[in-house]
Design a protein. Sequence first.
Length: 202
Amino acid sequence: MIKNIIFDMGGVLIDYDPERVAAELFDGETAEIVLKKLLRSDLWAMKDRGTITPDEIIERIKDDIPPEALPKVTELANNLYPYMPPFEDTYELVRDLKSGGYGVYLLSNASMDFYERKSGIPALALFDGYIISAEYHLLKPEKEIYLTLFDKFGLKPEECFFIDDVQANIDGAAAVGMRGFRYSKGHIAQLRAALGEAGVKI
């Protein structure tokens, strides 16, 4: 029986779309540079792992960024949240799950600034707990981050249902015994159907 629903954040609760952000803020060539050097870079993954700071990232990439773009790139390195608006449809789902008596948890590849910014994501106020990758120096889909979730909150994998927008992370969850659903923006009906098929009553 499913008792707990585990949510990813970017792409599920909020609109994490680096390509959109880069295109909105920079011209074509600069947008490509910003994606390559920052938003889709290994450095960004290191930030989510908690092994590098935004200032250290900027120090490494500043010579590759057009000077006129550097202030905005620095802003993005420090705080991308203003460019990731919350989704109303998954917020409504979280409300329904909580009303139905289910536990709701977050498992996100995110940096430590999450704790400063989470108040801007209304759904998170309803959550029972968070696992933020940078806090544990782990990343999905590494096995250890799922085990950390189970251990910290006393959860059983067979009683959890995981929602993420990346298939590799769903596969990682399956490898430790937690079923899941790969979510795509706007496909809330499919997600609700998948939860229903898993026995979740909302």
